[in-house]
Design a protein around this ligand. Structure first.
Ligand SMILES: Nc1ncnc2c1ncn2[C@@H]1O[C@H](COP(=O)(O)OP(=O)(O)OP(=O)(O)O)[C@@H](O)[C@H]1O
Length: 380
């Protein structure tokens, strides 16, 4: 497929419907060929943002939308060269698969031969060749979704916009199609904006994720950044499961019900250490960084809210006599590849700890828990 992807820039883009502002002014740059995922709870403004990019809505006065160097703010959707896929696919039920995929080319008066060539190529790419002449209502949900994608790509758009394209499918199919979608977007290299409220989809597909809530951007970052370095509680609680340890600071340790844990590394140091862990290349200007970090530690602790957070998979069971925290098993959920423990009395809130392997623990068993220091997260 011959595609010429572009970057997208939204500047000062707010949206008000009948006096109610549903999107605060936002700034967003999407790189050429990047897959950017808009993630957040229902009603947070994801679809509105996508529609501003599509040209289905215009931003409040002062907002601008650019594709590369082109200011497209006042262009309608049909002049923006975008391909769109919706949750319900919006296929034409009276047309065959081939008719649906070729639709956008016919209305653009592309010649019959070129149309056939492009449609055949897309049908092959989407593994739909054998279904080309079927009416779309004879297809499975996954196949319809692939027809919708092929139809969006046929006119060779500059940008691909996907609004919850997998949501209507059952969980198992969604997992399979997520992998296929990932491979396809990498292969096409098209600039893609993908709306979802499903974190697994966001993590697997996004080069970067934009976490939104109540019409605002809470954080923009690579999936690992968002997961391991959430900017605030809203992000941490929306993405995955997170445990809270509340207590009092004593000698650099947070003392809670069942023991004590060391102070988390402040954000700057944490970023450094995670980057080291991720990329395994810790050389560079370490000395200056370390000086900045020790300064940051004191500043962070002084303003600390007496709580730290950690993910369930970052803790492990340890001998209670040497563990950081002690508690009792409230519940052990065997999930196949791991067991999810709910542990009481270690902290004011119950803690969730994931353990791999063959673990069988009865309710009431006394356990010890330790947590990797670089996995402790301080949040505002
Ligand atoms: N045309 C409209 N007129 C009035 N209000 C609207 C309109 N479109 C969206 N809204 C409101 O704007 C807010 C954001 O909606 P939007 O569809 O962007 O959210 P979302 O994050 O995509 O949610 P969902 O995941 O449920 O689709 C919601 O409160 C919604 O009711």
């Amino acid at each position: 497929m011959k595609l010429t992807p572009v970057s997208i820039t939204l500047s000062n883009c707010a949206k008000t419907f009948r006096g109610t502002r549903v999107l605060e002014p936002l700034e967003l740059q999407i790189g050429t060929g990047e897959t950017l995922v808009l993630l957040g709870p229902s009603g947070c403004g994801k679809t509105t943002t996508l529609r501003l990019i599509a040209g289905l809505e215009t931003p409040d006065p002062g907002g601008r939308v650019r594709f590369g160097d082109d200011d497209v703010t006042s262009l309608p959707i049909e002049k923006r060269a975008v391909g769109m896929v919706f949750q319900n696919y919006a296929l034409f039920p009276n047309l065959t698969v081939r008719g649906n995929v070729g639709y956008g080319l016919r209305i653009r008066r592309v010649g019959a031969e070129e149309t056939r060539r492009r449609v055949d190529e897309l049908l092959a790419m989407m593994r739909l060749t054998d279904h080309a002449d079927k009416p779309v209502d004879q297809l499975s949900g996954g196949q319809r979704q692939r027809v919708a994608l092929a139809r969006a790509l046929a006119p060779q758009p500059r940008v691909l916009l996907l609004d919850e394209p997998l949501t209507a499918l059952d969980a198992r199919l969604r997992d399979t199609l997520r992998g296929e979608m990932n491979a396809l977007l990498r292969e096409l290299g098209i600039t893609t904006v993908y709306v979802t409220h499903d974190q697994a989809e966001a993590m697997e597909l996004g080069d970067r994720i934009v976490v939104m809530s109540a019409g605002r951007i809470e954080q923009i970052g690579a999936p690992r950044d968002i997961y391991y370095r959430p900017a605030n509680r809203a992000v941490a609680q929306f993405i995955g499961t997170i445990n809270r340890l509340a207590g009092a600071w004593r000698d650099g340790m947070l003392t809670t019900l069942g023991g004590a844990v060391p102070a988390p590394e402040p954000r700057a140091a944490r970023r450094e250490s995670l980057d080291r862990r991720d990329r395994n290349n810790a050389r560079g200007s370490q000395t200056a960084q370390t000086a900045r970090n020790s300064h940051a530690t004191e500043a962070t602790l002084a303003s600390e809210t007496h709580e730290v957070f950690f993910r369930p998979e970052d803790a492990w069971l340890a001998d209670p006599s040497t563990a950081q925290l002690r508690g009792t098993v409230e519940h052990a959920a065997f999930l196949g590849e791991r067991t999810r423990l709910t542990i009481r009395d270690a902290a004011p809130d119950a803690l969730i700890v994931d353990v791999a392997g063959r673990v069988e623990l009865a309710r009431g068993t006394a356990v010890g828990i330790s947590i990797a220091q670089d996995a402790l997260i301080a949040l505002s």
